[in-house]
Design a protein around this ligand. Structure first.
Ligand SMILES: Cc1cc2nc3c(=O)[nH]c(=O)nc-3n(C[C@H](O)[C@H](O)[C@H](O)COP(=O)(O)OP(=O)(O)OC[C@H]3O[C@@H](n4cnc5c(N)ncnc54)[C@H](O)[C@@H]3O)c2cc1C
Length: 439
């Protein structure tokens, strides 16, 4: 008997789940992978840094799945808007939400509505050409940027703000961002974190890159570093990351002299409010100390100048009508991926915004095991579903303009042809251009 699966979201979690379904049921499954964008791969396209092309190359691995007959990409369709969840449930045996966590968590601080204050979903989406954020137009004419957060996204943002045009060679940073960065007058990028070196969430490879920037150098205050022997208790990755912070603290002033940009780590500093008239001018922070791994305020405050603020403090999923949502955690309410009979979640929509691309692979296999159990136990009912034939009839009735994977390959080809010299592609940054490029 053929199984019909709808997967909502074509990022890593969506494609790992589709691959797992193929592995489980072979030719006895038909999978439709929906995406609101006409282009696939979620944050691999719109999140992973444009100067990290080898990581973006992971998407090639999904092509075998995407181009096989029993899996198809259904782009340019928003579930919950163009088609309801109830409608999908009527057509497919199971519906899996792989919708990620596309919204910025708010800072929750006074002044966060000031101009030139952005969350990382918006800012990263801008330099990566996400149609929703392509018009962001951040003002980079000031001297100081503050990046809030001590994870890899904060490092991505700080690095992108600090690179020269030459350092973007071979990247797929979109033209509008490259032009803005070329004209940038930033001289200080301060990375602010509430806790200390032992609590950073930055990985060694990404931290190490800061040592090799042509016009920027990182700075760590030696007074913020614990005694070297205290690093012995850390797990090896974190120990290596802290080692990089120690190297940053040891860079001699003579070496910094020819660097126009400083990437300053301001640790033990908890943002209290954003200051400015109309546009942001500074971030007031409270000095902290760390007790049992938690930041505790000391009452001492100071202001870090900021003409631009990017908050890299995490993401939330989007609720979809009819699907139980855990507001506090910002993800679908689920038990090991099960939301309700027939409804499942996977990836960031299931776990929240943590983990690398690879973390979503076991998640995909896990949810397919659960669907197989539920099918076998009869928990999903016994009615035969119409699957893709039923969806196609609905799409025609609604006149949905669906983009297929083969269409995407044409869009991809057009992007490759439009690339500046040495770059892999110049992305289309609006949906109409993507649709036009499919021919
Ligand atoms: C800035 C940034 C940089 C990162 N860099 C790295 C890195 O270098 N290396 C690494 O391993 N990991 C990195 N990650 C983490 C990695 O991107 C995630 O682990 C992964 O993308 C999560 O996969 P996902 O499929 O759950 O969500 P996503 O990749 O977000 O995919 C979700 C998809 O669902 C679609 N969608 C959402 N709602 C709907 C709807 N209602 N209807 C239809 N479609 C919908 C979206 O358009 C999107 O395509 C980074 C993350 C960020 C934010």
């Amino acid at each position: 008997m053929t199984r019909h699966l709808a997967i909502v979201g074509s990022g890593p979690a969506g494609y790992y789940t589709a691959g797992a379904a193929q592995k489980k049921w072979g030719d006895d499954v038909r999978v439709d992978v929906f995406d609101t964008l006409p282009v696939p791969f979620g944050l691999i396209r719109t999140g992973v840094a444009p100067d990290h092309q080898s990581i973006k190359g992971v998407s090639r691995r999904y092509e075998t799945t995407a181009l096989s007959d029993n899996v198809r990409f259904v782009g340019n369709v928003t579930i919950g808007q163009d088609v309801t969840v109830e409608e999908l449930q009527g057509l497919y045996d199971a519906v899996v939400f792989a919708t990620g966590a596309p919204h910025d968590k708010p800072l929750g601080l006074p002044g966060e509505d000031l101009a030139n204050v952005f969350g990382s979903a918006a800012f990263v989406g801008w330099y990566n050409g996400h149609p929703q954020f392509a018009q962001l137009d951040p003002d980079l004419s000031g001297k100081s940027a503050v990046v809030i957060g001590m994870g890899n996204v904060a490092l991505d943002v700080a690095r992108i703000l600090s690179k020269t045009e030459d350092e973007f060679a071979g990247s797929d940073i979109v033209n509008h961002a490259l032009e803005a960065l070329k004209a940038s007058r930033l001289t200080t990028v301060t990375i602010v974190g509430r806790r200390g070196p032992h609590q950073i969430m930055m990985t060694p490879k990404e931290l190490g890159e800061l040592m090799h920037l042509s016009r920027a150098a990182p700075r760590v205050d030696p007074a913020d570093l614990p005694a070297p022997e205290d690093d012995a208790i850390l797990e090896p990755g974190l120990r290596k990351s802290v080692g990089h912070l120690r190297s940053f603290a040891a860079i001699p002033e003579s070496e910094r002299a020819d660097k126009a940009v400083e990437i300053d780590f301001d640790m033990f500093a908890s943002p209290v409010r954003l200051i400015g008239t109309g546009k942001v001018e500074g971030v007031e922070v409270e000095r902290t100390r760390v007790e049992a791994g938690r930041a505790v305020g000391t009452g001492e405050t100071y202001v870090i100048p900021a003409d631009l603020v990017v908050a890299c403090i995490g993401y939330r999923s989007s609720p979809i009508p009819g699907v139980p949502f855990d507001e506090r955690a910002g993800k679908f309410a689920n038990d090991e991926g099960r939301i309700l009979p027939g409804l499942y979640a996977v990836g960031w929509a299931r776990r929240g915004p943590t983990g690398t691309i690879g973390t979503n692979r076991p998640d995909g296999f896990g949810v397919i095991d659960r669907i197989a159990e539920d099918l076998a136990s009869g928990a999903l009912g016994t009615a035969a579903r119409q699957g893709r034939a039923g969806f196609d009839a609905l799409a025609e009735e609604r006149q949905l303009d669906i983009v297929t994977f083969r269409d995407w390959k044409k869009i991809e080809e057009a992007e490759a042809q439009a690339a500046r010299e040495g770059a892999p592609r110049e992305k289309f940054v609006d949906i109409a251009s993507m649709i036009r490029a499919r021919g």
